[in-house]
Ligand binder design. Structure first.
Ligand code: GRG
Length: 305
């Protein structure tokens, strides 16, 4: 089994930021705040956050904030609850939450809660359990969970639980590992994990491991490095991580590295990107790979943050 190419991955992440006119940068322009969260959290897990210009990052983040309190994916774009969480998470990495107007952000996030307890992602109203997690995680980091109706938020998430023990986007939606992470983490943060059928969900989640050692996100689908995060963090939160073969998963993630130019891809031999580099390294952190900072499975930031 190879080793994690730490130096190469650091170089890769720093180089992505510099290639502003590349095809990838152009098509990712509107979600740059997400890219910043993935790239900077990876650097922090690798112990290399000091390789970036902190002041430059922070002033760009603050330029993405709107009067409503919400943050956009980049300057000149519309605010969304997802980029708001990413902005808060990145500021937390730099221990700079004190520069935020917490009341303003709490008003923005709590204003997106609907009558049935669900959350919309922005003013256009799409509802999804991803947004329930994001609201709960963001307000909890800012210590403002009391701004929303937590009981209704939890009841809505529970209404998205399926007979297989998993969770979907909305009531009746198919169980998917990404949504399961969102629902389980939101329930963990609000102290409501008793709503989860841990054995049933643990079984569904550990069935995601296929022969190559990698994990898929739902039955009959291809494995993808990102599920090393969505599945593993959920198994840890429900205390069933011993049900998968950790060594095989470490091997799968390491096989997805570009050991020459850095970066991690979804599957071996595919093209690398920052999203999979982050979730690969975050997965290895959950697997206690040597030399990496530990990451919190619910808040998705290093434990020391
Ligand atoms: C702070 C970690 C963190 C997350 C913020 C945005 C979000 C909250 C969570 C997203 C959860 C989610 C739905 C993840 C899945 C992403 C993904 C790879 C979707 C691909 O879906 P399909 O149907 O792929 O294309 P499959 O693997 O099912 O074929």
């Amino acid at each position: 089994m190879g080793e994690l190419a730490v130096g190469k991955h650091v170089k890769y992440i720093l180089s992505v930021e510099k290639r502003k006119d590349s095809f990838v940068s152009v098509v990712m322009d509107h979600i740059r705040m997400n890219g910043a969260y993935w790239g900077l959290t990876t650097l922090d897990l690798l112990g290399k956050l000091n390789t970036v210009d902190e002041d430059e990052v922070i002033s760009w983040i603050m330029e993405c904030q709107h009067e409503s309190g919400g943050f956009a994916g980049n300057i000149g774009h519309d605010p969304h609850i997802l980029y708001t969480l990413s902005a808060v998470q990145v500021l937390a990495l730099f221990n700079k939450l004190d520069i935020l107007d917490v009341d303003q952000i709490a008003t923005y996030v709590s204003g997106l809660q609907n009558e049935d307890g669900s959350f919309s992602g922005d003013m256009w109203g799409e509802v999804d359990t991803r947004f329930s997690y994001i609201a709960i995680c963001c307000l909890s980091i800012l210590r403002r969970l009391d701004e929303i109706n937590v009981e209704k938020a939890v009841n809505y998430i529970v209404s998205c639980k399926n007979l297989d023990g998993g969770f979907g986007c909305t009531p009746g939606g198919e169980s998917h590992a990404g949504q399961i992470f969102c629902c389980v983490a939101a329930l963990a943060i609000t102290g409501s994990l008793h709503h989860v059928d841990k054995d049933r969900l643990g079984w569904w989640l550990c069935e995601r491991q296929i022969k190559s050692g990698g994990l898929n996100g739902r039955p009959e689908k291809l494995p993808d490095v990102c599920y090393s995060w969505w599945v593993l963090s959920s198994l840890i939160m429900i205390d069933r991580v011993r049900w998968i073969d950790k060594e095989q998963l470490v091997k799968f993630i390491l096989d997805c590295q570009d050991v020459e130019n850095g970066g991690i891809s979804d599957r071996p031999e595919d093209a690398v990107d920052v999203f999979h580099t982050y979730f690969g390294v975050a997965g290895l952190s959950l697997l206690e790979y040597p030399g990496l900072k530990a990451i919190d499975p619910a808040y998705a930031v290093p434990v020391d943050v």
